[in-house]
Design a protein around this ligand. Structure first.
Ligand code: ZN
Length: 69
């Protein structure tokens, strides 16, 4: 059985851990902490997370603490 995948996960290694660079601007790339593959920009990921929140109306427990800023 598969659980619902999180809003973000590495398509290569499946890691849900991201390496977030210094929060310089929304177009900075977030990389996979497992294999270094770029996920998306901060802007893209934030939009995805916000869409997921609206759909499910649930808190995103996997979101890094940085998102709550
Ligand atoms: Zn990876």
């Amino acid at each position: 059985m598969h659980s619902v995948p999180p809003a973000f996960a590495c398509t290569d290694c499946g890691a849900k851990t991201m390496h977030i660079p210094q929060w310089t601007h929304d177009d900075a790339f977030i990389e996979c902490a497992g294999c270094g593959k770029p996920f998306a920009t901060i802007r893209q990921l934030r939009e995805r997370l916000e869409a997921a929140l609206k759909e499910k109306n649930l808190p995103l427990v996997d979101a890094p603490s940085e998102w709550s800023k």
